[in-house]
Unconditional design. Structure first.
Length: 164
């Protein structure tokens, strides 16, 4: 299995197969608008804007499991992301990233790339870098600023361009 074998609900409640992103480099992030790391939205959007034309997307998965820092409805989350942070990258419906109701995508991501303290997600803005084949390449901690991930994205995009 790879990331492209999963589907998720968009923030507007539509089913979306992640296979629609096949061939792209992805950065999958569990987000929360009321988190201290929320300013990272701007950095994530900057990466998305800079590399979108080359086959890169940020995918945001809001989550309310960490100190209830994403309490609103999906519509409220979408509005907050757009108004407060200028988010235009794809957002999905709120999910659980830990526990019995963990979204299947996050079960897979955690199996493929454990963190320092095991496989569970420790906080908002944990980031997973996925290559064009849907393989999880690297996991980044919540404290890793999006700009620090750019070189990894660049390498994957360059590798892809070399094969064209």
């Amino acid at each position: 299995m790879n990331v492209f074998d999963f589907q998720a609900l968009t923030i507007r409640g539509e089913d979306q197969a992640l296979s629609e992103y096949r061939g792209q480099v992805l950065l999958i992030v569990n987000t929360a608008t009321k988190c201290g790391f929320a300013p990272q939205f701007k950095g994530l959007q900057a990466l998305h804007d800079k590399y979108k034309a080359e086959g890169f997307s940020v995918l945001g998965f809001p989550c309310n499991q960490f100190k209830e820092q994403e309490p609103g409805s999906d519509a409220q989350v979408e509005q907050a992301c757009q108004l407060n942070f200028g988010v235009k990258f794809p957002l999905f419906a709120k999910i659980d990233v830990n526990g019995a109701d963990t979204h299947p995508l996050y079960r897979h991501l955690k199996q493929q790339a454990s963190g320092i303290l095991g496989s569970s997600i420790k906080w908002n803005f944990t980031k997973f870098l996925v290559d064009q084949e849907g393989r999880v390449i690297k996991r980044f901690s919540p404290t890793t600023k999006p700009s620090k991930i750019e070189s990894y994205i660049r390498k994957l995009l360059d590798k892809s361009a070399a094969h064209v």
